[in-house]
Design a protein around this ligand. Structure first.
Ligand code: ADP
Length: 262
């Protein structure tokens, strides 16, 4: 009888082990396919500007005695395609470094009011060009332990998007609030919004709601991935709520102190 008990136990352990192995294989497959997806996205994103450069340079080479204006125009286009590839590669490098935790965060006490005010000041020409009002509301003065440079980039991406995806004459409101443990930065716009089923996908690498349109706005599709990774490294969170044709609101929560998390 004892032997049966031992046999049963052994059998259960083997079943558990088999299940664990299956689970691990599933996970590995997932990691591998998301890596393949990533590589394929990167290739695709770089291929588009690269083919433009190829077409532009070939047509100018094939054209005998092309007028100087044509050279200038084509070189100008080639130049902006190169800028685009550089932007993609720079964003990718930032993301990879964030992912590998290669760049340590430089935590220091920062006055968030001042930080956000500076971001708004820097982005206000973009808003002004589209006749968008960019409003900063301070509900609570707050100092938080953050990496100022990285969080500045993360919040700038959100405000930049709010301006980019809001039609002429709209408004963007940036609100700063806090409780005892967290700072809250909310960016709300009166823009085109994001379809409900896509809201959670905006943080994915290269994800764009409307591929052609959003590429034309000059984005790389990596801005919000960088924002998300940065906020996660601050042990914070981001919530998105959006309604198509009405607007989008992004709420970033950042703990005031990192010490208990480190
Ligand atoms: P991009 O560089 O294309 O702006 P992001 O990673 O910053 O890439 O954003 C991903 C996508 O999420 C955008 O292409 C856009 O479709 C959508 N999106 C982001 N912010 C907003 C917003 N405020 N309003 C509407 N759509 C937005």
């Amino acid at each position: 009888e004892q032997r049966i008990v031992v046999k049963d136990r052994l059998h259960n352990e083997i079943v558990d082990l088999a299940l664990a192995c299956n689970h691990m294989a599933d996970q590995l497959e997932k990691v591998d396919s998301s890596r393949q997806q990533f590589v394929s996205n990167v290739s695709h994103e770089l291929k588009t500007p690269l083919s433009s450069v190829k077409v532009l340079s070939e047509s100018i080479l094939l054209q005998e005695d092309a007028p100087k204006e044509m050279y200038v125009e084509f070189l100008h286009d080639i130049n902006s395609e190169i800028d685009r590839m550089t932007a993609i590669i720079n964003d990718l490098l930032t993301l990879v470094k964030l992912d590998q935790k290669e760049i340590p965060l430089n935590f220091a006490d920062v006055d968030l009011h001042q930080m956000i005010e500076e971001i708004c000041k820097r982005l206000s020409p973009l808003a002004a060009a589209k006749n968008i009002t960019l409003d900063l509301q301070i509900k609570q003065e707050v100092t938080a332990e953050i990496d100022e440079m990285k969080l500045t980039l993360a919040i700038s991406n959100i405000i930049d998007n709010a301006i980019k995806y809001t039609p002429e004459g709209g408004s963007v409101v940036v609100l700063l609030d806090a409780d005892h443990q967290n700072a809250f930065i909310t960016v709300s716009d009166t823009g085109i919004g994001i379809p409900e089923e896509e809201v959670t996908r905006v943080f994915e690498r290269f994800y764009r709601v409307d591929k052609t349109r959003d590429r034309e706005t000059g984005g790389t599709g990596l801005g919000l991935s960088i924002t998300h990774a940065t906020v996660m490294m601050h042990n914070g969170s981001i919530k998105v709520s959006s309604k198509e044709e009405e607007g989008t609101s992004m709420l970033v929560r950042i703990p005031l102190r990192q010490s208990q998390n480190n």
